[in-house]
Design a binder for this molecule. Sequence first.
Ligand code: FE2
Length: 314
Amino acid sequence: MAHTIFTDFQPRHAELFGKHTVNLGHRFHEAEHFSDAGLARLIERTPRHAYHVNTMDVATHDPRSRREGMIDGLSGAETLEAVRKGHIWVLLQQPQDVEGAYGDMLRAIYAELAERVPGFKSYKHKMSILISSPKVQVYYHADVPGQTLWQVRGSKRVYVYPNTAPFLPQDRIEKIVTGEAHEVSLDYQPWFDDYADVVDLEPGRMLHWPLNCPHRVVNADCLNVSFTTEHMTDELRNAYAVNYANGVLRGALGAQNLARPTSGAGLYGRLALTAAYKLSGLQKRRRSGFKIDFKVDPAAPFSVQSIPAFELRK
Ligand SMILES: [Fe+2]
């Protein structure tokens, strides 16, 4: 198979992938479906259940400043203009369901990774596109699946922290996995930055980090377009199940030092417990509804027009 995704993949990257932060070149910044016209078209076609628009305080680290909004009565081009002038981001989920070009990309990325990284078998591939204003931040958080961030336009500073305490306390990742805590409920201290990999991502670069590494992102003073890809592997699924089962056990028993088996009866018991909990619907459902309290308006300060709050069920 022709290798068309990565421009500077070397043998060492196969050894580093998934274990350390990996920064590689790609060509998606040249793709037509990431041009203004391509993104405007995608915004117009994306259904309400497949996007989020958020605003936040760009001067603090306070996740509580984040608000959810809606796009109403704007063309795709007007929405892009609002992002360019505002303090908002637009997150478009599963764009491959709307336009085939994104699905082709997603398949090509994981096909090439499967060829280049021996033993890398992934599934549950997902993609989200983030179109974000100058200077906005994505606050300190950790994600559940394997994550890659691809920079298409603009520039952003990405901080990636170790996936262990004190950056990621074990009981916090368990709560995030079981859905008891939101990803952004992680505590952040400015001194954590001394222990981070800090990367200025430019168009045509991507970053992949080990599972659950906390990270935060600060946009430079320009419009940013990036996308994330997500995957699971057997190894990641096992880590997920151990975190999930230990989260359940910790909740039930208050146990302090739970084993984190990677094979054998301890692992299989945890896989079974996780499956049983998920099947029985005992896990707490979160994100059942969103409070929408603004409308995107390129004429309003920060492109944010407050509206009477209402609940959106997704
Ligand atoms: Fe993330």
